[in-house]
Design a protein around this ligand. Sequence first.
Ligand code: PLP
Ligand code: COI
Length: 347
Amino acid sequence: MAEIDFSKRSFNYYPTNAIVVAKFVDGKWSRPEVTGDFNFSLHCFAGIFHYAPSCFEGLKAYRGADGRVRMFRPDENAKRMESSARYLDMAYPSEELFIEACTLAVQANWEHVPSFESGATLYLRPILIGINPQLGINSSKDVLFAVMVSAVGTYSGAKILVPGTAVMSRNYDRAATFGSGGYKLGANYAQSLHAYNLAHKLGYRELLFLDTATHTRVEEFGSSNFFGIKDGCYITPDSPSVLPSITNKSLRRIAEEFGLKVERRAIPVEELGSFEEVNSCGTAVVITPICRIDDKPALESDTVTRQFRYPEVCGKYSEKLYHRLVGIQRGIEEDTYGWCVFVNEPN
Ligand code: PLP
Ligand code: COI
């Protein structure tokens, strides 16, 4: 087979060989099955088509400098899927099943794991959806768990660490105060789609959501968490309606290693004016610097009330954090935390 050129990839769906599927039906999990059939045949009354019993995950597999393939912290994704499924009152795969399915998905698509040199990665998308036919509003008792993959480039399409702009969302909320924001539910993304489209049409790379109750505190971006740096301190919001990002959790650990103080606390919107570096962080975006955040009364409005500006190049702490994180993921730096899980080449 001809070698695939991964170097020009964006963050998108690209065809691969196979997906992995397991079902929880009548109280029992099936064994994970590798299949080349990318279509699901589901009953039209399956819960997923009506009440959105759906959660998902995102993680990446990397071909390291040493040629070995590793996944980054899949155990954390398994735990977060469990927490999302518990919120939906649905069955969930054990950590063992989750990691087995991810491993099988990588092995079944081995030639789609991009070369180290390309800088691209294999993105894994595990999903968990309710499938039994139902009409009343109930949680699903039968679920489908699948892991699919796509070999991707940077999320923004720009080169790594090139800053982009963001706009605050004052007239669309992502997650209610006592709602589902802290879980990775499909429904949370449905809620932000329209606002996201507006922001993109206006040329912004990111959309910054505020707390729903008061619109006075920074929550997170539509695709990723927020962190800022000032006075030798890594600061990120602490809120139950923010998704607990595995990237952010890892960066907090690395920040401590670099001697930065780490604060998880409320961030008033006014404080945006005092950060030296601002970034979005997540599996898809990795670390993406933000060079400007516009505050508008409404996304549809022509008025920009104020602008928070940051350097047009990636800040020095953010760049250091990026290189240490990606260095571990890509096998350039020693994985002193034991975060990577190796995947053996299939026989
Ligand atoms: N916040 C949102 C809304 C996200 O979609 C993501 C992506 O998964 C994140 C944060 C980052 O989480 P993680 O670092 O676990 O990918
Ligand atoms: C991820 O970073 O894995 C996400 O799920 C975010 C989404 C924008 C792809």
